[in-house]
Ligand binder design. Structure first.
Ligand SMILES: [Ca+2]
Ligand SMILES: [Ca+2]
Length: 295
């Protein structure tokens, strides 16, 4: 559910030089002091931005996880560890560490390759108001050859958008600044998922396609305070949720802007669901969440 969960405030934590990656719809990169951070970019703003300034967000693509070979295949992980040479001079195979070691248990050197990908789809942190939302991505170079051009393809809720032709210069093992590839209209109580992937790096083939794509899921606008219904027999609307799952996802990822009362419409059940309510951004002693079951 969370890569990192810190329940309370505190400055005793030294968290850096990590490799983050989350899988599955509904998961979060982090939670700090009751606030959810669905993306790596947003997580790094938690607690005044003291966490993970040197960390990276990527699937390390272990060579053979089933056979316990945890050597990364993704060059973006290369040399991103902290210098702990004085206390950890070798890796698990007694290979010497360096002052720029690799995170994890094994030292590795990525093979010569042209290997682009999207590091992250960057969406402004919740709470988001309905309206135009910019879509940015970071392009990363997981290979060794400098990338000077790449096509950025993307979809919103599965609908293909106009590809973006990027040019610039990204050295091996580094990533670009935010690249604005377009925008979309965020409507209230509607979930959005964005996928973005690279193709044709340096006008040629990509050495590895398993690291081309990144996603931003469960993008919701903040839910205004007010009265809502849960009714699976009516259409989803600005005041009706068709399931507890929809209600949970919408408030968990969008946050709330005031007290929320959700009333299950009498006789509309049963609802055979299992839902998890995570921390909801915006809740307080005043901004409460009430669910009237009505059997
Ligand atoms: Ca290395
Ligand atoms: Ca690639």
């Amino acid at each position: 559910m969370y890569n990192m969960f810190i329940a309370n405030t505190g400055t005793l934590f030294n968290i850096n030089n990590n490799v983050y990656f989350k899988q599955g719809n509904g998961s979060m990169v982090g939670s700090y002091n009751g606030i959810n951070y669905p993306t790596f970019q947003s997580w790094r703003t938690a607690n005044a931005g003291i966490f993970d300034s040197n960390s990276v967000y990527t699937d390390p693509l272990f060579v053979n996880q089933g056979a316990f070979d945890f050597t990364p295949a993704d060059g973006f992980v290369n040399n991103k560890g902290a210098n702990v040479l004085s206390s950890v001079p070798v890796d698990i195979n007694f290979q010497a560490r360096s002052t720029t070691p690799d995170p994890g248990i094994l030292e590795f050197t990525p093979p010569t390759s042209t290997d682009a990908g999207i590091a992250e789809v960057v969406i402004p942190a919740a709470p988001l108001s309905p309206g135009t939302i910019p879509v940015n991505v970071k392009v990363r170079n997981a290979g060794t050859t400098t990338i000077t051009s790449v096509t950025i393809n993307w979809t919103i809720n599965g609908v293909t958008q106009t590809p973006f032709a990027w040019t610039g210069s990204i050295a091996g093992g580094t990533q670009s600044a935010n690249v604005n590839i377009g925008s979309f209209t965020l409507n209230a109580l509607t979930g959005y998922s964005i996928a973005a992937w690279t193709s044709n790096p340096n006008n040629g083939p990509d050495a590895r396609n398993t690291n081309d794509t990144a996603y931003a899921d469960n993008i919701f606008a903040v839910v205004p305070g007010g009265s809502y219904t849960i009714n699976q027999n009516a259409a989803a609307s600005a005041t009706n949720f068709v399931s507890f799952t929809s209600f949970s996802n919408t408030i968990s990822f969008g946050g709330i802007g005031g007290p929320i009362v959700a009333t299950v419409v009498t006789g509309s059940g049963p609802y055979n669901e299992q839902v998890i309510f995570t921390n909801v951004t915006g809740t307080s002693a005043t901004n409460t969440i009430t669910i009237n079951g009505n059997n």
